[in-house]
Design a protein around this ligand. Structure first.
Ligand code: ADP
Length: 399
């Protein structure tokens, strides 16, 4: 296995589309890097440039210690797995898997041995005689992975490999990919549109938008400290609640006003974020994740807001409570881009809420909560869960 290194890689297609701009990535040997972002953000282009299926316009790509800018795809020693598995339909599973070894003139016994070994690690040993058309989607996906693994390439490049599978199978196959990757210690670049896949699989996750990496970090950090409004609203389901707010100074401490509420800012939090002081009497964007809004239940914490339950969604293990706050939603090019990636309806909803100057918040509550639709409840904001962003640049406000 080898590391992969991209330095200032740019791709401009013939029609002038700049699909990837100045991309810098370092994929450590044996680790998983996930590229995630809205459709059209340049993920597949980045992957294809590494595979050699698209030429780069400028920059340097290294695999191991070799610059591969001008190396043919077949000579790069990387294996790709796509969403459409591209198995040879007339060949059995065995022959599909053995094909690359046959081309390399590996002898028959060794080929059979390796096919059996890989098939057993993927639990497809009993399918070796079958043709692809007689397999389920999940089985075909495993064969496609087997065909890649058997070559023992320097790295795996996966382009949305699970997107054709139904939800349950996707979950199962995702865990299997994670397990295999750990077992084999392979270097893997994984492209997906699905943030859950990104967070669960990646050692590092790079969030892309319009050809640019906006943040690259381990999943916990990406989720816990999004660097800008784009990442904050793209990563997280349900997404982070965002609203315009104002910081003011009251006596010696800072307080936050939003949507008609005024709440004190925990002094410890304020001390940890000196940059907040620069925003006194100015607008900023407040972000709170749904799980950082809990039922107050007499909680002595002072950061409390009242809410009327508009919608209660039960997920069995927890419930989502939707409520409206009287403030316009945060509409910037970044939040608009995330909405546009979701659906046309999401953009319309954003505009509707902007016109009516109300924003729907979601709180993630314990399944045992007695909150019902129409109820008035009191929610407490966990002070550790407050995120602040600059409304103009969209950047996180941090010390
Ligand atoms: P993603 O994988 O994130 O959905 P892509 O890498 O496929 O995004 O595409 C990035 C951008 O490049 C998009 O705007 C897309 O329309 C454009 N693009 C992709 N392939 C080509 C091509 N062959 N010629 C011109 N533009 C392309």
């Amino acid at each position: 296995m080898a590391e992969i290194d991209l330095e200032a890689v740019t791709k401009v297609y013939e029609d002038g589309t700049e699909a990837v701009s100045d991309l810098n990535l370092k994929l450590e040997d044996g680790s998983v890097l996930v590229l995630v972002g809205p459709s059209g953000c340049g993920k597949s282009t980045a992957l294809k440039m590494i595979a050699g299926l698209e030429e780069i316009t400028s920059g340097t790509i290294r695999i191991g210690d070799r610059v591969v800018n001008d190396v043919e795809p077949g000579e790069r020693d990387v294996a790709m797995v796509f969403q459409n598995y591209a198995l040879y339909p007339h060949m059995s599973v065995h022959d599909n898997m053995a094909f690359a070894l046959k081309l390399r003139k590996v002898d028959r016994d060794e080929r059979d041995r390796r096919v059996r070994e890989v098939a057993s690690s993927l639990s497809i040993a009993e399918l070796l005689k079958k043709k692809p058309r007689h397999l389920s989607g999940g089985q075909r996906q495993r064969v496609a992975m087997g065909r890649a693994i058997i070559r023992r390439p320097q790295a795996f490049l996966m382009d949305e490999p699970l997107s054709n599978l139904d939800a349950k199978l996707r979950l199962q196959t995702r865990s299997q990919i994670a397990r295999l990757q750990r077992e084999l210690g392979v270097t893997m670049l994984y492209v997906t549109h699905d943030q859950t896949e990104a967070l669960t699989l990646g050692d590092q996750v790079a969030v892309m938008s319009r050809g640019v990496v906006r943040q690259i970090d381990p999943p916990e950090r990406l989720y816990g400290r999004p660097e800008d409004l784009f990442v904050a609203s793209f990563i997280g389901s349900p997404p982070m609640n965002l609203v315009g707010a104002r910081v003011s100074r009251e006596g010696g401490s800072l307080q936050l006003s939003f949507a008609g509420f005024t709440v004190p800012i925990d002094p410890e939090l304020a001390a940890g974020q000196p940059a907040l002081a620069r925003y006194v009497d100015r607008e900023l964007v407040l972000g709170v994740r749904p799980e950082d809004l809990g039922e107050a239940n007499g909680d002595a914490r002072r950061t409390r807001i009242p809410a009327v339950v508009e919608l209660r969604e039960s997920l069995g293990s927890e419930i989502y409570v939707h409520f409206d706050v009287e403030a316009p939603p945060v509409v910037t090019s970044q939040t608009r881009e995330v909405a546009a990636d979701l659906s046309d309806e999401a953009v319309e909803e954003l505009e509707r809420q902007a016109a009516s100057r109300t924003t729907t918040f979601v709180a993630r509550l314990d399944a045992r909560s007695a909150a019902r639709e129409g109820d008035r409840i009191e929610l407490a904001i966990d002070p550790r869960g407050l995120h602040f962003f600059d409304p103009d640049s969209g950047r996180r406000i941090e010390s």
